[in-house]
Design a protein around this ligand. Structure first.
Ligand code: SAM
Length: 260
């Protein structure tokens, strides 16, 4: 494992034993709103997609294990963070979920045969890849032709522009990667817009089936933190009435693709 990946793995190992569980907590704040609405957008996008074997790449603490409760399927979750997988195993055991298979491994080297899965999830994942082609090729290898991929990307949105502007004009040009220092570790979060993610996947034999946005951040930096309830209320309205418009305000883009 290279040094950058090792750093990311360490970051998630630490997070798994720290604040991560709060991100999916029941108290609604700016952070939980992002994670919870992302999850509901993914599940809604999944809709009535038929599948028997699902692979959740970078499954973290297993928040998407809920899928097992909704249908008769085999759920495979992989993550290179042992601590995240430990949390996911605890969750599966406490909810007595059968049909779940959780492994520690790297997304670039999946221990599965060609065409094994009919559904793959990549949520909160692609932003950690310097070379996303490595990830996409491996997904393509294990997803059967006609299988479905749901991939979420972290966008450079209106909020980030306002933040960059207030932090200095130079940083407006740092569009492609945002470095966050957290728990003493520096990790790059790479941005992909709807256009760049769709193009990346279309160039690699995937077809766009549908898409969604979540977390519309309409109040610019630094005012959003003063009016969290107002921003969440506006975001809820946009999600309800204009789910596919105003994408430039959304923190996340979620694409649903079919492998050709
Ligand atoms: C932001 S978390 C998202 C977790 C989960 N998908 C969710 O949405 O709740 C990203 C996860 O991807 C994992 N990850 C990042 N790069 C990876 C890689 N190259 N191989 C395997 N897992 C990776 C991290 O360890 C982390 O648990």
């Amino acid at each position: 494992m290279n040094i950058v990946r090792f750093q990311i793995k360490k970051y998630f190992d630490k997070l798994a034993n720290g604040d991560w569980q709060k991100f999916y907590g029941t108290e609604i704040n700016r952070t939980t709103y992002n994670f919870l609405t992302r999850k509901s957008a993914v599940l809604k996008l999944l809709g009535d997609t038929a599948f028997t074997k699902v692979l959740d790449i970078g499954c973290g603490s297993g928040e998407y294990l809920d899928i097992v409760k909704q249908c008769e399927c085999q759920y495979y979750g992989i993550d290179f963070s042992e601590e995240m997988i430990n949390r996911a195993v605890e969750k599966a055991l406490s909810q007595q979920l059968s049909n779940t298979h959780l492994f520690v491994c790297e997304a670039e080297h999946l221990p599965f045969n060609e065409n094994y899965f009919d559904l793959i999830l990549g949520i909160g994942l692609i932003e950690y890849f310097e070379d996303p082609i490595e990830l996409i090729s491996e997904i393509k290898r294990v997803l059967r032709p006609g299988g479905v991929l749901i991939m979420q990307s972290f966008q450079y949105s209106f909020y980030d522009v306002s933040q960059s502007l207030s932090c200095g004009v130079k940083s407006v040009f740092r569009k492609r990667a945002v470095m966050q220092e957290n728990i003493g570790l520096k990790v790059f979060h790479r941005r992909h817009s709807k256009n760049s993610l769709d193009t990346l996947l279309q160039n690699n034999d995937f077809m766009v089936l549908d898409y969604a946005y979540n977390n519309f951040r309409v109040i610019p930096y630094p005012f959003e933190s003063f009016f969290p309830k107002t921003y969440i209320r506006i975001s809820e309205r946009l999600t309800l009435f204009f789910p596919k418009r105003f994408g430039y305000f959304a923190a996340n883009y979620i694409g649903k693709y079919r492998r050709n």
